[in-house]
Design a protein around this ligand. Structure first.
Ligand SMILES: [Mn+2]
Length: 284
């Protein structure tokens, strides 16, 4: 793997691959997006934005130091199946070297690509405005709107922040007795305990589609939906998940960079550093 020096690496961390605990994988995959285009430019844009974030986390009183290795962009073949296989292979390499992969998408389908590298007992907690549980979109089953359903072919899935889905998707998820926290429930009642119970003592992969956030704090996404999570809502969930389970991987997807507004990328980079700080503080 090639190595980006200095300002081209996440949080400007410069460490040898061998000594890193986390590996940031930029995955510029944009093959099945249905609405706004540009998610393939997100990995670089998020890494650039990470330069504006301090390595010291005040809320958690933790400083990230010599923990993160950033690879070159993963080469994404134009064929979706081959692209997913390339992602799976790269994530497998990271896992077999004993490190924790952090994928920066790209479209949400990178989660499905990554999922093939993990054991079937890993639970995928997916934060998303959309259920992504469509059977086939325009006759294509490998699509970012089917991501959760594809991951659920093999792995257990819990969805958080859902507010956009079809009746068919809802019926299918009910049939499978999937753990789903809908946005309207989150506004009314305490839902964190449901997720805490679900992940307790298990291996967990956290996937964050940035459209789960409210559009006011994350406007630059491929398929925006009103009425989403605020930063503190997300942190409360992440705190509960990371402290009650074993984190094995994560991704951040669906950012669609805009030329002059980078708040979505800054939020994405901040959330990634927060998860690292939470996970590290737990192991101290
Ligand atoms: Mn989404």
């Amino acid at each position: 793997m090639l190595f980006y020096e200095g300002s081209n690496s996440f949080l400007e961390e410069v460490v040898e691959f061998e000594s890193a605990k986390y590996v940031v994988l930029p995955v510029p995959m944009e093959l099945t997006n249905s609405y706004l285009k540009g998610t393939k430019f997100a990995p670089r844009s998020i890494i650039d934005a990470s330069r504006s974030i301090e390595n010291y986390n005040n809320e958690l009183d933790y400083e990230i130091k010599n923990k993160i290795f950033t690879t070159n962009d993963i080469e994404v073949p134009p064929d979706t199946e081959k692209a997913l296989e390339a992602i799976r292979g790269t994530v497998s390499d990271v896992l077999s070297s004993g490190k924790l992969p952090i994928l920066l998408g790209g479209e949400h389908l990178v989660t499905y690509g990554a999922s093939g590298a993990f054991d079937p007992d890993v639970i995928f907690v997916i934060f998303d405005a959309h259920a992504d549980f469509k059977d086939a979109v325009y006759g294509v089953s490998l699509n970012h709107a089917s991501n959760s359903r594809l991951v659920n072919q093999r792995n257990d899935v819990a969805l958080v922040g859902i507010r956009s889905l079809s009746k068919e998707e809802k019926d299918e998820m009910k049939k499978r007795k999937l753990t789903v926290i809908y946005m309207d429930e989150m506004k009314k009642e305490q839902t964190i305990d449901i997720i805490t119970k679900k992940v307790k003592g298990r291996k967990v992969y956290i996937s964050i589609d940035m459209d789960v956030f409210d559009v006011s704090i994350a406007p630059a996404v491929g398929t925006p939906q009103p009425n989403g999570l605020l930063y503190t809502d997300m942190m409360n969930y992440l705190f509960a998940i990371v402290n009650n389970s074993e984190l094995v991987g994560m991704d951040i997807t669906e950012v669609k960079p805009e030329p002059d507004n980078k708040i979505t990328e800054v939020l994405a980079a901040k959330i990634a550093t927060d998860i690292i700080a939470l996970n590290e503080r737990k192991h101290e």
